[in-house]
Design a protein around this ligand. Structure first.
Ligand code: SAM
Ligand code: SF4
Length: 355
């Protein structure tokens, strides 16, 4: 039944696997776990997540911090707050951080990120690995940030089906499917380990769309993936379609199936256990680690800003400081039977093999 590994999965097989329930589903999840352990080991790598700014020039129809949401108080964390969070990560042997923000492309923003990268490298004697998740930028900007020390980049395609993409983004100069594809190609050209992903359980999304997403990841040969359930937010335009959504539990189960099938399809990539899983099930991220994910992103955003980085309802860990968050994760991960790769970058094996 699970051809992966030796033979590529076909679209129709993927659709069947995504739909599995009951004992057949349990077997799929178990198989994905085995493939993960065989291909990338049983270690979980920490990436300290720092959501350093919620200022955004875009209006993605699903996102709570979209430009058009006037209820959000906009913030820009100060450099020393960001550097303190990085220091915490380094001292606690997290080995890597993720700098995430809304999307801006002004020269001032590009320079700010560039300066931050240099300072982070300096404070950690070049030891901290840095992932960026700051949206679509020009090849020149991606190159500049790469040269200043970023080496991984997360840019979700959100949906690889053009038609669905434009149901969840306004179609205008600021939201172009073609530009998104171009940005992913530019990231690869600039030398990054490239991560993408989608939301699962979007209104209008079908199993066929999700199968095509997985095949898209394979086609563009990604190194990392972060995908999680779509969760509605009342102050967004997509909220009006909430009555067509699957239940949250169904979205959660489907997200785990997606992780498992992706592990079979691309056995040696890094797969993150998305934070949105935890918004549905308190042990959601650990469940993803048990079926194929091998990366987790503890939130190191200064607590005072977290309320204002609410991409969706019920976002977890709003008031949990970094220390608490680390202790809580350690306990959960050891309960899930995995080991934490402290002090290791935990780079994508796939990236090193394709280079
Ligand atoms: N602005 C950058 C970008 O869009 O690539 C990075 C930050 S953005 C907030 C990170 C991710 O949050 C997006 O790629 C999107 O998939 C996810 N996201 C936003 N709204 C969401 C929602 N309502 N439910 C689940 N995920 C959501
Ligand atoms: Fe901005 Fe990213 Fe949210 Fe889109 S998903 S509105 S680019 S923060």
């Amino acid at each position: 039944m699970f051809a992966a590994h030796s033979k590529a999965l076909e679209r129709q097989e993927i659709i069947q696997l995504l739909k599995l329930k009951g004992t057949e589903r349990t077997a799929l999840l178990q198989r994905a776990r085995e493939v993960k352990i065989k291909e990338v080991g049983n270690k979980v790598y920490f990436r300290g997540l720092i959501e350093f700014s919620n200022v955004c020039s875009k209006d993605c129809l699903y996102c709570g911090i979209r430009k058009g949401n006037e209820k959000v108080l906009r913030y820009d964390a100060k450099d020393d707050e960001i550097l303190n969070a990085c220091r915490f990560a380094w001292e606690n042997r997290f080995a890597s951080v993720v700098l995430q923000s809304g999307e801006l492309s002004s020269p001032a923003f590009v320079k700010r990120v560039d300066d931050l990268l240099k300072k982070i490298k300096q404070l950690s004697n070049n030891e901290l690995g840095i992932t960026l998740s700051c949206g679509e930028q020009s090849l020149e900007t991606y190159r500049r940030w790469f040269e200043s020390g970023a080496h991984r980049y997360l840019l979700r395609i959100e949906s690889s089906t053009r038609e669905l993409y434009y149901k969840i983004h306004p179609e205008n100069d600021h939201h172009s499917f073609e530009k998104r594809l171009e940005a992913l190609a530019s990231l690869k050209q600039a030398g990054y380990q490239v991560g993408t992903g989608v939301m699962i359980g979007l209104p209008f999304q079908t199993y066929e769309h999700l199968a095509d997403d997985l095949l898209f990841f394979k086609k563009i040969d990604i190194d990392m993936c972060g995908m999680g359930p779509y969760i509605e937010h009342a102050d967004t335009p997509l909220y009006e379609h909430r009555h067509v959504l699957m239940s949250k539990q169904e979205r959660f189960d489907l997200a785990l199936n997606m992780v498992a099938v992706l592990r079979l399809l691309m056995p040696d990539i890094n797969i993150a256990a998305a934070t949105a899983l935890q918004a549905i099930d308190p042990a959601g991220r650990e469940k993803a680690l048990a079926v194929g994910a091998n990366v987790i992103m503890p939130n190191l955003t200064p607590c005072e800003y977290r309320e204002e980085y609410q991409l969706y309802e019920n976002k977890p860990c709003l008031d949990e400081d970094a220390e608490l968050c680390r202790n809580c994760l350690e306990a959960r991960i050891s309960l899930a039977g995995a080991e934490i790769g402290y002090g290791e970058w935990g780079d994508s094996k796939h990236f090193h093999q394709r280079n």
